[in-house]
Design a protein around this ligand. Structure first.
Ligand SMILES: Nc1ncnc2c1ncn2[C@@H]1O[C@H](COP(=O)(O)OP(=O)(O)OP(=O)(O)O)[C@@H](O)[C@H]1O
Length: 371
């Protein structure tokens, strides 16, 4: 895979995950630093290929992420021919109820995996000896995911090794994780370590959405040097923006929540292979998606929570789609009101990082840096 040395999280987490007797782990590491590879290696090392039943269960919040993690496991496991993987995702069910899966590793989304454990009984939860929660904070903080994950968790034995990973853990979520995971090893970042120095962050002031669109068109040279992701707050804004860009003659892909999971996976595959250089999307795509060539993230709308405050976690995940594994990346935030300027200040304060003003006249300099 061209990996020369482990990243810090891999170096720290692997010995803990592989130790005997098994130890639990709650681990935080910045986006794009190889968490997926770390727990994939742990699962591949953990299973006994002679046992033809599911031993490792990994759940992640979305269909796309489950597919992506599965691809990493398949790639890393290519020389372990006796270790097999099944995808516990919607639509993937061809067996008779009660027939047990022979694949040692299952990666899936919480609803389907829960059904596989309870309704269809494809998996015997009592035989699971390693349970991995990717994007663990969102799995805990989102009620639907939390209920389903806890229902799976309750069926596991108390000896099952639990591994929780994410780039962000809000304080309350961390406390909850510590209650659910007995006696865990802990790898936790200090707040100022959460952002990556290889991602330069900027903001641009534009009043109306049409001004933002004009600024984006001026930025288009930068967007297409490598690949870019543009985040909007709503599906309708993402649809409007991609239609406008297409009308201007730009080639962009749109990915939003109302599409079927198969359509979404197909859009991501095309983007991953560089068929489109620009992806317009919503928060549905803010986490985990790993496309190495993404060098620019644009927040067409800033991430805000229900109360209109800065959504710091989403911000970090969104900008983390660039700057993967030490690569250089840029994040540009579009500021359309005093309120959104306020949000920029909140994000700066939260992470103790400066977000600099970028004038449209600076775009050329940025283009040069990108190329
Ligand atoms: N040791 C390594 N050497 C080089 N590249 C690596 C190494 N480990 C992982 N990578 C690559 O780094 C990229 C990011 O890894 P990965 O997707 O696992 O990050 P992550 O920490 O899970 O990110 P996120 O928080 O966004 O989910 C991937 O393309 C992966 O192939």
């Amino acid at each position: 895979m061209g990996f020369n040395r482990p990243s810090r999280i891999q170096e720290n987490a692997l010995p803990m995950m592989l130790a005997q007797p098994p130890q639990n782990l709650i681990a935080q590491a910045q986006s794009g630093t190889g968490k997926t590879a770390a727990f994939s290696l742990a699962m591949l090392s953990h299973v006994n290929p002679a046992n033809k039943w599911t031993q490792c269960l990994c759940i992640s919040p979305t269909y796309e992420l489950a597919l992506q993690i599965g691809q990493v496991i398949e790639h890393m496991g290519q020389f372990c021919p006796d270790v097999k993987l099944a995808y516990g995702i919607r639509g993937n069910r061809s067996m008779e109820r009660g027939t047990k899966l022979q694949q040692q590793i299952v990666i899936g989304t919480p609803g389907t995996v829960l059904d596989w454990c309870t309704k269809y009984k494809f998996i015997d939860p009592k035989k699971i000896t390693m349970f991995v929660l990717d994007e663990a904070d969102v799995m805990i903080a989102t009620q639907g995911h939390r209920d389903q994950s806890l229902r799976i968790h309750r069926q596991l034995t108390k000896d099952c090794q639990m591994l929780l990973f994410s780039a962000t853990f809000e304080e309350s979520v961390w406390r909850f994780a510590e209650q659910v995971v007995p006696d865990p090893n802990i790898i936790r970042l200090k707040r100022e370590e959460e952002t990556l120095d290889n991602i330069q962050q900027f903001y641009v002031v534009c009043k109306e959405k049409e001004d933002k669109f004009a600024a984006l068109c001026e930025l288009y040279g930068c967007l297409t040097i490598a690949q870019a992701m543009i985040f909007c707050h709503t599906r309708s804004m993402a649809a409007w923006l991609s239609a406008q860009l297409i009308r201007e003659g730009h080639q962009v892909a749109l990915l939003s929540g109302e599409m079927t999971v198969e359509q979404r996976a197909a859009v991501i595959e095309r983007f991953r292979h560089g068929k489109e250089k620009v992806l317009v999307t919503t928060n549905v795509c803010s986490r985990g998606i790993d496309v190495e060539q993404v060098s620019l993230v644009v927040n067409f709308d800033l991430p805000v929570d229900m109360d209109g405050h800065a959504d710091n976690e989403t911000y970090l995940h969104r900008i983390g789609r660039t700057g993967r594994f030490g690569k250089r990346g840029f994040a540009v935030n579009m500021v359309d009101s005093e309120r959104s300027m306020d949000i920029i200040h909140q994000i700066e304060m939260h992470f103790n990082r400066r977000i600099s003003k970028l004038d449209t006249s600076d775009y050329e300099a940025m283009e040069n840096q990108l190329s």
